[in-house]
Design a protein around this ligand. Structure first.
Ligand code: NAG
Ligand code: NAG
Ligand code: NAG
Ligand code: NAG
Ligand code: NAG
Ligand code: NAG
Ligand code: NAG
Ligand code: NAG
Ligand code: NAG
Ligand code: NAG
Length: 508
């Protein structure tokens, strides 16, 4: 008795089946929806005769009496009936308030009392299931959204569907309020849904309409493609650069060349009649107005082939012997041209932009030709430059302030003047002394021969120099001149003045 009381007080719904007497047994529990009818049929009843039958709801009578004279309480009169054979109670048009414990007691002829209870739960079916989102437009990685499932119905439980699969709680996904709230933190682009909430209880199930989330993302993976494929284009041709990006909403595009914005918008950049000045690294900058993010493509190289055109050689046209001369070749060419140099029509080994002549001498006088060729197209162009190597003191000096060379020229001039005087002195002295000092050869003709030789040497040297000026005499000729000088030196070792003069000549 004590045990039964405790059981029925604390575990109202589960104490069913705990009955007095072994002969009466009701079903354990019954669930029904509002509006439905229920028939509570005992599983086992005591043998008749039944003197008194009573059905109670939460210890209040519904009906009572002997099988022949059952009295139904007014509150139930319209919707309750009893099967006096099976003792089953029918209850129609259930409402939520019919939820509770129903018990049947039976008194039999022997005066024995049987009692047994069961519980009925009347559920309100799930309905009006809707998802209430905190917002529907979200930014990938930034936004958190919570979806609340609202529904009517009794004792509802909730399930969330993402597409066709059930949402489970995880790092970014929380299910709270008995699963009626779904919170997604730092959404990703795959979280668009559609989401559905299913509310259910034991008697019903209902689904919300699908809800889509809009998740803005990107731009990412910005790429530029060129049509036709580059990177080499002939000048005058037309090409189109097309930019693409992973972005939602679609990105806006801007264009830049070598880092400088072009002021061009749009997914396509059309370059028509391209010129070499348009060569460069083109980049596309994508911008997403919703995520406020920017992303830049890798540069795409556009090289417009040009030239070579306008080959120009910069450098002096006259230079003094002994100076270093640099002739530099310039041309307009993309890609950078390869160079070859010719001298007087003969190919040299020089293939750099600058042709350098160290210590110019007369052999360097001539026609320098620079040939530039475009390594891709193979197109060639040439320019020429005539260089004259002059003896010291005669080159350039047109009105400029005194350069080192000019000063050197003046010094040499003065020296030459002195040399001239010395030469005169020598000439007069020589007439008397040379026959005496010349031991070898014919004494008679020695003076005249020697004299003639000197004059010849001077003439040779000056002739050579003028020749060099005009034609650029080869090294062999100069070697001759040197040998004449050294020959003279042998014959005139005794005269310091002449040595000075000759060494001056050699140094010219
Ligand atoms: C919420 O749903 C999970 C399954 O996703 C389930 O295991 C859990 O029991 C539910 N919680 C409640 C309170 O209904
Ligand atoms: C929804 O499903 C997609 C795959 O269909 C998945 O990428 C995404 O992470 C899911 N989102 C949530 C919140 O479960
Ligand atoms: C939700 O997205 C699905 C595709 O994922 C689409 O078929 C459906 O029309 C969208 N619903 C709404 C209301 O935009
Ligand atoms: C797009 O970019 C993401 C990261 O920015 C990278 O993980 C992914 O591999 C890229 N996809 C492609 C097709 O390049
Ligand atoms: C493009 O960039 C590459 C490497 O950054 C560089 O080598 C190349 O010269 C650039 N091209 C132009 C035309 O500026
Ligand atoms: C996203 O978050 C970053 C850092 O948390 C913030 O700087 C940025 O402004 C946010 N973007 C948007 C569109 O809210
Ligand atoms: C120099 O040489 C080039 C080609 O070899 C020729 O066209 C040009 O006329 C020459 N110039 C002079 C001044 O001789
Ligand atoms: C220039 O000449 C050097 C050797 O003289 C050679 O190694 C180099 O490849 C040449 N360069 C070109 C562009 O012809
Ligand atoms: C080169 O040509 C010039 C005239 O065109 C000539 O004076 C000079 O001697 C020539 N030089 C060589 C080394 O052939
Ligand atoms: C001129 O210079 C070249 C080298 O540049 C050299 O080989 C030659 O011997 C020189 N000729 C004279 C006469 O000095």
């Amino acid at each position: 008795m004590d045990f039964h009381a405790v059981c029925c007080t604390l575990l109202l719904l589960t104490c069913t089946g705990v009955c007095f007497g072994q002969e009466l047994l009701l079903p354990e529990r019954i669930n029904k929806a509002v509006g439905e009818n229920v028939v509570i049929t005992p599983i086992l009843i005591p043998d008749p005769p039944h003197f008194l039958i009573t059905w109670k709801f939460n210890e209040r009578n519904i009906l009572s009496g002997p099988p022949s004279g059952i009295i139904i309480l007014p509150a139930y009169r319209d919707r309750v009936s009893l099967d006096t054979t099976t003792l089953a109670l029918e209850l129609r048009s259930l409402t939520e308030s019919d939820t509770g414990t129903y018990s049947l007691s039976v008194e039999t002829g022997t005066g024995l009392f049987h009692k047994c209870g069961t519980s009925l739960q009347v559920f309100v079916p799930a309905s009006d299931v809707t998802i209430v989102p905190s917002k529907t437009e979200l930014v990938e990685f930034n936004s958190t959204v919570s979806l609340v499932c609202s529904a009517s119905g009794s004792t509802l439980s909730f399930i969330w569907l993402n597409g066709s699969s059930e949402v489970t709680a995880g790092e970014r996904v929380q299910l709270t309020d008995s699963n009626s709230s779904l919170t997604i933190t730092s959404v990703i682009r795959g979280d668009t849904g559609p989401y559905q909430c299913e509310a259910s209880n034991i008697v019903s199930k209902a689904m919300s309409l699908p809800l889509n989330l809009t998740i803005y993302y990107g731009p990412e993976n910005v790429t530029v493609e060129a049509a036709p494929v580059g990177p080499i284009y002939s000048s005058g041709s037309t090409l189109t650069l097309t930019c693409s990006a992973e972005s939602s909403p679609a990105a806006e595009f801007q264009w830049a060349v070598n880092g400088a914005e072009l002021g061009e918008m749009g997914q396509e950049l059309r370059l028509s009649n391209i010129q070499s000045s348009q060569s460069g690294n083109y980049t596309c900058i994508a911008h997403n107005k919703q995520t406020l993010r920017y992303s830049m493509s890798e540069p795409i190289d556009v090289t417009v082939l040009v030239g070579p055109d306008n080959v120009i050689i910069n450098g002096p046209s006259e230079v003094e012997v002994g100076k270093t001369v640099m002739l530099s070749c310039h041309t307009e060419s993309t890609p950078t041209a390869w160079y070859k140099w010719m001298f007087n029509g003969t190919l040299t080994e020089v293939n750099t932009t600058v042709f350098t002549v160290e210590q110019a001498n007369v052999t360097h006088t001539g026609n320098y030709t620079c040939t530039a060729s475009n390594p891709v197209t193979g197109r060639k162009a040439s320019g020429s430059h005539v260089l004259v190597v002059k003896e010291k003191g005669t080159a350039g000096g047109g009105g400029n302030s005194l350069s080192a060379g000019a000063i050197a020229g003046i010094v040499i001039g003065v020296l030459l003047a002195i040399a001239g005087v010395a030469g005169l002195v020598f000439y007069f002295v020589k007439g008397k002394k040379i026959p005496e000092t010349t031991s070898r050869g014919n004494k008679k003709n020695g003076a005249t021969r020697n004299e003639g030789q000197h004059e010849l040497h001077y003439a040779d040297v000056s002739h050579l120099q003028s020749n060099q000026r005009q034609q650029g005499i080869p090294a062999v000729s100069m070697a001759h001149a040197n040998s004449y000088v050294s020959q003279y030196n042998k014959t005139a070792t005794s005269n310091p003045a002449t040595q000075t003069i000759y060494s001056d000549v050699r140094n010219l």
